[in-house]
Ligand binder design. Structure first.
Ligand SMILES: Cc1cc2nc3c(=O)[nH]c(=O)nc-3n(C[C@H](O)[C@H](O)[C@H](O)COP(=O)(O)O)c2cc1C
Length: 341
């Protein structure tokens, strides 16, 4: 067993230095189309695409899945920094595996109970699931959900990543995994599309994601575009009518950015004194919008806020901003064929 593991490791380590990157051109992108029927099935579900990625391969695939089928994306970010040196990262991964460690994570999925289809992406690390993914799996209940693994790897293939995931999740419906070698990351997309098209997604218990009245928006922060939605509510509609709008946002409490908007919104909704990560809210007391990005030890608000939308991209960007930053909210340009929430 040990010698098999060593052989697998040697094989992948040899392959690591020779990463062949194929440019993604329209020729090698192949068919690259999702079937309408399958897209409609995904639309009936509330989809989360959670992933861990050290060098970016798995992140790329997570984003492509989101582009093809919609859904919310979440990066599993360990508190520990694995550095940029490959050999040091391998050493650390080995130590964590030997210790059966559960490295703490920086972030949490705000409302995991809302999702009924959860993609979980990870690289093969020393033949198995990276330990931060174990931490992630153990933080939530996946009961009643459909879990869909995807793995990127070197020459070791899936290794025992999926077996390990199955062991951790127990009696959960886990569908066929996608296994992508790192030389395939920038290549032909048919493998991803064919896999997505073939997934047997159970009928939706509710049509959580089928609310097409939501408006896709973009928020530009320091030149970076992140995606979100505005809800189908009167307050959100009033805000939508004010877009595009640049709001000077200030950091507050390690949990939110908020700023004054040009005109008042006539509020008819009661609002709430708490928040979920990713919430875009309107506060009638001070005529501000806010984006909440992290729960803290003080999750209760002193002023009532009304949820008007949600950031659907990764919230990590908000952890690394200066205290004062301009955010430009606008209605997203719908690209032909693009899936929006
Ligand atoms: C710490 C570490 C351990 C790895 N162990 C393996 C392995 O045992 N087998 C394998 O095939 N690839 C292994 N790899 C290669 C990665 O699985 C592969 O490059 C993957 O696509 C990286 O995904 P990421 O860019 O999302 O981090 C390892 C990479 C790292 C950084």
């Amino acid at each position: 067993m040990v010698s098999l593991a060593l052989l697998m490791f040697a094989l992948f380590a040899i392959g690591y230095g020779a990463v062949k990157v194929n440019a993604a051109t329209s020729e090698n992108r192949g068919r690259n189309t999702m079937s309408d029927a399958q897209i409609n099935i995904f639309k009936e579900h509330k989809v989360l695409i959670a992933y861990f990625s050290w060098s970016g391969n798995t992140r790329k695939i997570a984003r492509e899945i989101q582009q093809k089928i919609g859904g919310d994306i979440f990066e599993i970010v360990p508190v520990k920094n694995y550095g940029t040196d490959f050999h040091a990262a391998v050493e650390e991964a080995r130590k964590e595996l030997a210790a059966n460690a559960r490295p703490p994570l920086k972030n949490r999925v705000a409302n995991i109970k809302d999702y009924d289809v959860v993609f979980i992406g990870f690289p093969n690390w020393v033949g198995t699931l990276p330990m931060p993914v174990h931490t992630f799996l153990e933080q939530y209940s996946f009961e009643g959900k459909t879990v869909i693994p995807f793995c990127t790897h070197g020459s070791g293939g899936l290794g025992d990543t999926v077996e390990s995931l199955k062991k951790s999740l127990g009696n959960i419906n886990i569908l066929e995994p996608l296994s992508l070698g790192r030389e395939e990351i920038d290549g032909d997309r048919d493998k991803i599309t064919d896999w997505l098209n073939a997934l047997k997604i159970p009928a939706a218990a509710n049509a959580a994601q089928g609310n097409n009245a939501n408006t896709p928006i973009e928020i530009v922060i320091n030149g970076k575009k992140i995606k979100g939605i505005l809800n189908d509510t009167p307050e959100a509609a009033t805000f939508r009518a004010m877009l595009p709008q640049t709001v000077s946002m200030g950091a507050f409490g390690g949990r939110e950015y908020y700023g004054d908007i040009k005109e008042r919104i006539n509020d008819t909704t009661q609002g709430k004194l708490n928040f979920a990560d990713g919430d875009i809210t309107y506060c009638p007391s001070n005529n501000t919008v806010a984006i909440f990005y992290a729960q803290t030890s003080r999750p209760n608000l002193t002023m009532r806020v009304i949820t008007i939308g949600k950031v659907t991209d990764d919230l990590l960007i908000f952890h690394n901003l200066s205290d004062s930053v301009n955010m430009t909210f606008s209605i997203a340009n719908k690209i032909e064929g693009e899936q929006t929430l």
